[in-house]
Design a protein around this ligand. Structure first.
Ligand SMILES: C[S@@+](CC[C@H](N)C(=O)[O-])C[C@H]1O[C@@H](n2cnc3c(N)ncnc32)[C@H](O)[C@@H]1O
Length: 312
């Protein structure tokens, strides 16, 4: 597979909007290829990743559901919309707090995996919608709480923020950005080695090139200034709720292989026929980094950033 392909025509109107691109571009003396605002979404972004997601991704803080309950005083009657739900990472643990939860995701395999995990965990009040966030509201009705977890940065943020504002119950509905802070750098723990993240990235680069791949394109940066996007869309906030964690988690080589394949930049589809060769090299690297095959990581606290309608 070549490094870049033309963006999918259908997604072009749904990509980052012109206003965001213009604002972002102004800050740059010269443009570096692969900036987030040049990138176009396409349906291969997480192709092949869903099956690895639940095992590979680090868990959210155990008190996540309790934090939602305490913050919103939930009575089990409301509705939750989780946008970019993946396999239900946040949707499923929160399902018991609502009459109905709806996960929306643009990736068919993620939706299939969410259905499978919901059935496995006996969650009966969840429904799953295969759709891009930009295509909401899609007749889904109004919601008391709308969540984004590790997903908003992939979307046309001004468009999606504006749409979900109209989907909130008034006056008390709220949007919550669930930030697990796993990207902020994970503290080492115990006597075990940490995951050899930089060596894994080096191996990825040796297979896929210097640029971070994202679907059929490249994307070397992520958008910031989420607060400005929410405020411009008519939200006030954010209120910050910290959900404590700090647990030490032991990870096996299989967990780290799953994590690698769960990431958009090293999703299975990117390796084509070299997938098993990459996996062999990855396992060799992991065995070298920890001869007994165990790694440890200390999990950071999670943060909920809560946005409410500025004109309820
Ligand atoms: C990193 S995963 C996060 C999944 C889950 N929310 C979590 O907390 O782990 C990002 C998810 O956002 C979805 N996604 C990306 N762009 C999207 C869009 N424009 N509309 C809907 N879902 C999107 C992807 O398919 C993927 O499942």
């Amino acid at each position: 597979m070549s490094a870049t392909h033309p963006p999918c025509a259908a997604s072009r109107t749904l990509g980052a909007d012109l206003g965001e691109r213009t604002r972002a571009t102004r800050g740059y003396a010269g443009l570096v290829p692969g900036e987030w605002f040049e990138w176009e979404w396409d349906e291969t972004l997480f192709a092949g990743a869903a099956a690895f997601y639940d095992r590979g991704r680090l868990p959210n803080a155990p008190g996540l559901a309790a934090a939602f309950n305490d913050t919103f005083g939930l009575d089990g009657q409301g509705r939750l919309l989780d946008v970019g739900s993946g396999p239900g990472t946040v949707t499923l643990p929160l399902a018991g707090l609502f009459r109905e939860v709806v996960g929306v995701d643009a990736d068919t395999e993620m939706i299939r995996e969410a259905r499978r995990l919901a059935a496995k965990r006996g969650v009966m009040n969840a429904s799953w919608v295969h759709r891009r966030a930009e295509e909401l509201p899609a007749d889904l009705g109004r919601f008391n709480v709308i969540t984004f977890a590790a997903s908003f940065h992939w979307m046309n943020r001004p468009l999606v923020a504006g749409i979900v504002r109209e989907m909130l119950e008034r006056p008390d509905g709220a949007v919550v950005h669930v930030d697990n802070r796993h990207q902020d750098g994970l503290a080492p723990a115990d006597d075990l080695p940490p995951a050899p993240t930089e060596r894994i990235a080096e191996l990825r680069r040796s297979y896929l090139g210097e640029n971070r791949r994202a679907g059929q394109g490249i994307r070397n940066s992520s958008p910031g200034d989420e607060a400005a996007v929410f405020r411009a869309a008519g939200f006030a906030g954010p209120e910050l709720v910290v959900v404590p964690d700090g647990r030490t988690i032991i990870r096996s080589a299989d967990d780290l292989v799953a994590e690698t394949f769960s990431l958009s930049a090293s999703a299975p589809h990117l390796f084509g026929e070299r997938l098993s060769q990459f996996e062999r090299d990855l396992r060799r690297l992991l065995a070298d980094a920890s001869p007994n095959g165990a790694f440890a990581v200390r999990l950071p606290d999670n943060e909920l950033k809560i946005w409410r309608n500025a004109t309820p």
